[in-house]
Design a protein around this ligand. Structure first.
Ligand SMILES: NC(=O)c1ccc[n+]([C@@H]2O[C@H](COP(=O)([O-])OP(=O)(O)OC[C@H]3O[C@@H](n4cnc5c(N)ncnc54)[C@H](O)[C@@H]3O)[C@@H](O)[C@H]2O)c1
Length: 329
């Protein structure tokens, strides 16, 4: 029988791998607000000590510094949210072998723990499993168009192999797995310098630095505000859905239009400059979320304008409080 995460019961304990990162922070915070105990596990490769410090103000939070590529053990858990993996291209391409190890060996370790404790696991996969798609929007049954040997392969193929492991553990060992294919998520607490398009544009704009657009900026992306992403993950955790499910915002925008939106929102004097498109950069990214709507009753609620406003406010406060030095991006 498929296990669901006991989120509606009180005082349950959940492991969040990648808990010091952007989504791990927001998910942990939400689980704590719901009255649960959270164990954050992270090797701090891209995670932030500031995120941990904020979570540690909660008595029900505990942090374990651990690389999931190495064996580990945790007892008395009610479920695992497995998020650990660098998500931004500059980070996952900086150590591609390490990225593949995290996705494959790390996910194997996390699945083995779920099997041993007989608990459900939710894995955050990615829209990158669709590669540079030749159909849009992307539905879960689409098998993708992925270059297996390019500079993005460590991430794309690593996640595809991790998904494959998840479903082998489900079929062979009866582990209850939930797999979310996340499309771009954004919001407060994204690292300033990790090169993701929303954080880069906003920080460039707030500093009146040139905004770097790759190619002509005609490639599209769809951006999901973090509170919507976390709502989707929590709904998936409580569902019996045992097939991969897209979580993202289907409203598509070109990268150039996003740059103009950010400039307008921040009253910036930034100019737009153009750089060569990275290899294998997807031309279109747009989720078909019919399955999430049907199985989870989930769809994004926060508009891009509102989400960008909240994100700009976060970075603007961060800048003025000079808590983090903003590098020239
Ligand atoms: N944010 C998005 O738009 C997005 C989109 C698609 C998929 N995802 C997936 O969601 C998850 C979280 O993404 P995020 O945006 O929070 O990224 P992030 O880089 O902010 O967080 C990832 C966390 O994992 C940790 N980590 C990396 N390798 C590890 C290892 N070997 N052992 C332990 N910890 C390790 C990092 O230190 C970091 O804290 C990732 O798996 C990512 O692939 C995110």
């Amino acid at each position: 029988m498929t296990q669901v995460f006991p989120l509606m019961e009180k005082n349950r304990t959940f492991l969040v791998t990648g808990g010091a990162g952007f989504l791990g922070f927001h998910l942990s915070q939400r689980l704590l607000e719901m009255g649960h105990y959270v164990i954050g596990m992270d090797n701090l490769a891209t995670g932030s000590l500031a995120n941990i410090a904020q979570l540690q103000t909660h008595v029900r939070y505990r942090f374990l510094q651990q690389d999931i590529v190495l064996p580990f053990d945790v007892s008395s858990l009610d479920g695992i949210f497995h998020l650990a993996c660098p998500a931004s291209p500059i980070h996952y391409q900086a150590d591609p072998i390490g990225t593949t190890k995290t996705s494959v060996i790390g996910t194997l370790h996390v699945l083995e723990l779920a099997a041993k404790l007989n608990i459900p696991i939710l894995f955050t996969s990615t829209s990158e499993v669709y590669g540079d798609p030749d159909q849009s929007p992307q539905v879960e049954t689409y098998h993708g168009n992925v270059n297996p040997i390019g500079p993005r392969s460590c991430y794309d193929e690593g996640k595809r192999c991790a998904e494959s492991l998840c479903f082998d553990f489900q079929r062979q060992l009866g582990v209850s797995v939930k797999v979310a294919r996340l499309f771009n998520s954004y919001g407060p607490n994204m690292a300033v310098n990790d090169g993701r398009v929303v954080s880069s544009f906003i920080n460039q704009a707030l500093n009146d630095q040139p905004i770097t657009v790759f190619g002509e900026g005609k490639q599209t992306r769809s951006f999901c505000f973090v509170s919507d992403t976390i709502d989707g993950l929590l709904k998936l955790a409580q569902s019996e859905c045992s097939a991969p499910i897209n979580l993202g915002n289907p409203s598509e925008i070109t990268v150039l239009a996003l740059a103009h939106k950010v400039i307008a929102l921040t009253n910036s004097h930034s100019e737009i400059i153009y750089r060569d498109l990275p290899i294998d950069d997807p031309k279109r990214r747009c989720p078909d979320i019919s399955l999430a709507l049907d199985k989870l009753g989930w769809s994004p609620q926060v508009t891009l304008d509102k989400g960008l406003e909240l994100t700009c406010r976060f970075y603007s406060t961060l800048l003025s409080s000079k808590k983090e030095k903003v590098p020239h991006l």
